[in-house]
Design a protein around this ligand. Sequence first.
Ligand SMILES: O=C(O)CCC(=O)C(=O)O
Ligand SMILES: [Fe+2]
Length: 291
Amino acid sequence: MMNTMQAGAERLTAEEVAFYQEHGWVISSRTLPDGLIEETLAGLEEHWSGHRDRLLEGAGQYCSDWMPGAGDGTRNNEYISLQNRRISRLAWSPIVGAVAASAAGTRCIRLFDDQTVYKPGGQPGAVVGWHVDGDYWGTCTSQNLLTAWIPLHDCGEEMGPIVVLDGSHKWSHLLDRKALSFHSANMDALKGYVEEMGFPFQPVVMELKRGQFSLHHCRAVHGSFPNRSVRPRIALAVHLQGDDNRYRAAYHRDGKPVVLFNDRICRKNADGNPDYQDDTAFPVLWREEEM
Ligand SMILES: O=C(O)CCC(=O)C(=O)O
Ligand SMILES: [Fe+2]
């Protein structure tokens, strides 16, 4: 599926683009229709009741797929837009695509992967540890990927929205990777370490209204604190790539190859490598119209 629209129709202003490039994050001035948010909430309930519009072999085994009975704490469902049609309407929204394309400076934006992150209220351990999305994408040639973070309700500070370290996309590669992890519950240790390294520790809390979304650069350090409210905090994170991104072989410290779930679900190119431009695994959200 491809969405095209008038070039410029839903894009960021030049000032907003410059802001994104300087800070590594931006709050979109374009907002999302309420119907798409409603559909996503309904899609999530559908998914948790066992419904699948499309079966993704290996989901739950090779990527997170929280299901009822899996216990307390943060609920994480990855690659959910490929499994649920309702959720794909928001995750593959051309508004998100056009805004992301203008931030990243690309003529096309495709899905890379996505995830819902649900943090129950009143669970002090339910955090998302400081991390850099791009660290999980060692097989990508591009360092220009980005993430749209879309809360499915008004999300004030007390609900634990995403927090991005201002400007960190410029220096995160210099940090010791042991200081970072999506699954680490220790949110306090990083500050001293970042300051010792000589960088400013400036957390920016993305307090957003329903319909708003933020973008962050794939090298920006971010995480989220516990949800102190009594309601669940639910967000859809949509990880996005431009048309320039290609697969390259990458290896873990122990020498084992990095295999993303993406690599399992997409077609192979002529060299036998995962094809990150496969329309089925990586649908196009937005492409600039040819003149
Ligand atoms: O929803 C969260 O708290 C974290 C989301 C995240 O890590 C991301 O959007 O990349
Ligand atoms: Fe992230």
